[in-house]
Design a protein around this ligand. Structure first.
Ligand code: KG4
Ligand code: ZN
Length: 342
């Protein structure tokens, strides 16, 4: 196949991002406009504000992208876009822009599942080796996925309630830390000790996860201490919470690796930036001779480069949409009609 340059668009949550990616592996140029500062005042993402902000910034992001490189729109071969899952209003902006560019340039429109994007962020550094287990941990997802080959996704476990990043952000809020709380808890946990007696989340034979019990335990402890006019040892609480999360994520993932007899693990999504998780996986994978791949920090949280990385393989698998493509808020386990080869 000749070189394929993808213009990729990601607007599923609170980042307006566009990227030019060559052959699914080479980041030619990327722009990420983060709305974090806009949402901080509200302690979390406000969907209506997010979609308005995407509208306001998306053409600037597009202009800025082409200013960064000698590549022109004529050089682009495919248009990749996150069609879901995510915030519907936010997704719609990216999908509409992708459809418009595809219509005026007559270039193929490639629908990309947001989680496929997170997984393929790993391809930007090292080619994925199959079969593999992928742990996708973000603000909206906690999934264990078995991949036999390129672009084949079998979800073997998922969260039954809160996503792990969501639990991080909610716990952070209760501890008075600003949004997004994940990185702050991560930083503080190094300075604290595991002194709070928090429950171990869903430790069963399944590959599913549950974080709402752990989150509630933190909330209850904080409330009880407040009633007694005791101070919360924030760093110790961060350390105790993070240890429980890391223990359960690594335990179930390593069991999946062993039961599915794979030698490759990839970790992806915003929470894969977590230092505690990266450290524990690096030790366990070394001990068990498993090849571990985690994206660079800038590719862990939402960005369009990962969407361009995945779009290339979707295109190779003949997954192409027409102009009836619509945004989808709900996660359909990678089994969407739209993801079936044409
Ligand atoms: O992948 P992402 O940018 O958006 C979604 O697809 O959800 O992930 C954002 C999530 C937020 O919940 C944020 O708190 C969390 O990733 N996060 C972290 C860290 N960095 C980002 N959580 C724990 N430790 C971190 N270092
Ligand atoms: Zn994401």
């Amino acid at each position: 196949m000749e070189d394929v340059i993808c213009l990729a668009i990601e607007t599923s949550c609170d980042e307006t991002s566009m990227s030019l990616v060559k052959n699914g592996v080479e980041d030619l140029a990327t722009v990420v406009f983060s709305q974090i500062d806009i949402h901080k005042a509200f302690g979390g993402v406000v969907p209506e504000i997010a979609s308005r902000s995407h509208i306001e910034s998306i053409t600037y992001v597009l202009d800025e992208l082409f200013r960064k490189t000698a590549v022109t729109l004529d050089d682009v071969d495919i248009i990749g876009v996150t069609y879901g899952p995510g915030l519907i209003g936010s997704l719609l902006i990216g999908v509409q822009v992708a459809k418009t560019i595809s219509l005026i340039t007559n270039k193929p429109l490639i629908p990309v599942h947001h989680i496929a994007g997170h997984i393929y962020a790993n391809n930007l550094e090292n080619r994925l080796k199959f079969p593999l287990i992928a742990l996708v941990v973000s603000g909206g997802h906690t999934d264990l996925i078995y991949m036999k080959k390129d672009y084949s996704f079998e979800r073997i476990g998922s969260t039954l309630d809160d996503a792990v990043g969501e639990a991080y952000d909610k716990v952070a809020k209760v501890l008075g830390l600003s949004y997004p709380g994940g990185p702050k808890i991560d930083d503080l946990s190094i300075k604290g000790e595991d002194t709070y007696n928090l429950p171990y989340p869903l430790d069963d034979d399944s590959y599913n996860f549950s974080f709402s019990g752990l989150k509630s335990a933190v909330l209850n402890t904080v409330n009880k201490e407040k009633q007694k006019h005791h101070e919360i040892r924030v760093a110790d609480m961060c350390c105790s919470f993070q240890n429980r999360v890391v223990e359960i994520l690594t335990k179930k993932t390593m069991r999946a690796i062993s039961e599915y007899k794979v030698k490759n693990l990839i970790v992806a999504g915003g929470v894969s930036a977590n230092n505690g998780l990266r450290h524990k996986f690096s030790i366990l994978c070394k001990e068990n001779k498993i090849k571990l791949s985690i994206p660079k920090t800038k590719y862990c949280t939402d960005n369009a480069t990962m969407i361009g990385a995945a779009a290339y393989y979707a295109y190779k698998n003949n997954i192409i949409a027409d102009l009836s493509l619509n945004a989808k808020a709900v996660d359909n386990l990678y089994n969407d009609e739209i993801l079936q080869p044409k």
